[in-house]
Design a protein around this ligand. Structure first.
Ligand SMILES: [Zn+2]
Length: 143
C-alpha cells in the first residue's frame, strides 16, 4: 500500500468543502467522537491519487465498509454501478432519510448500491445513535 500524505492545508480545505461531515452518512464531526477521515474516492490501490479531486471526508464506519471498493451491485437491478461520489454528486439526488430519520434510503441505482455497501440502512449501532440524535432534534440533516 502506498503511503498517504495530505498536507494540513489540504486537510483543512477538504473539511471545509465537505462541511465537516461524512460524505456518505452525513454524520457531522460535532456529533461523532472520532475524527472524520480524509478518504480516497478512488483508492490509491486502484490508481487513485492524493489530489484534491480524489479526496473527501468520511466517518470511520463508512470508510471501513467502503474499503477499496469503487463499484458495487445495485440490489434492485443487479447491475454493477459506481459508488456514490460525494465530491461531484449531490447526496439528496441519490438518497433520502426514512421517515423516522434513522435509515438512509437509496433513490437511484448508485444510491441503493451505496446504501447496501456501506450498510447505511442496517448498521444497528449507527441506527441506535441516529435514534438518539432524532430524539434530541439534531437529526436528520435536510441539506
Ligand atoms: Zn459515514
Amino acid at each position: 500500500m502506498k503511503r498517504t500524505y495530505i498536507s494540513a492545508q489540504l486537510d483543512a480545505e477538504i473539511r471545509q468543502v465537505a462541511q465537516n461531515r461524512c460524505g456518505y452518512c452525513l454524520h457531522p464531526q460535532y456529533l461523532v467522537p472520532d475524527i472524520l477521515q480524509i478518504e480516497h474516492i478512488i483508492p490509491l490501490s486502484k490508481g487513485g491519487s492524493n489530489e484534491v479531486d480524489n479526496l473527501w471526508l468520511a466517518c470511520a464506519r463508512c470508510n471501513r465498509y467502503k474499503s477499496n471498493k469503487t463499484v458495487v451491485i445495485d440490489p434492485q437491478t443487479n447491475q454493477l454501478v459506481f459508488l456514490f461520489n460525494p465530491r461531484i454528486q449531490n447526496w439528496f439526488d441519490h438518497f433520502e432519510w426514512s421517515s423516522d430519520g434513522i435509515r438512509v434510503i437509496g433513490l437511484t441505482a448508485i444510491g441503493r448500491a451505496t446504501v447496501a455497501c456501506l450498510q447505511l440502512d442496517s448498521d444497528p449501532i449507527a441506527m441506535r445513535v441516529r435514534q438518539k440524535w432524532v430524539e434530541a432534534g439534531w437529526h436528520p440533516p435536510t441539506r
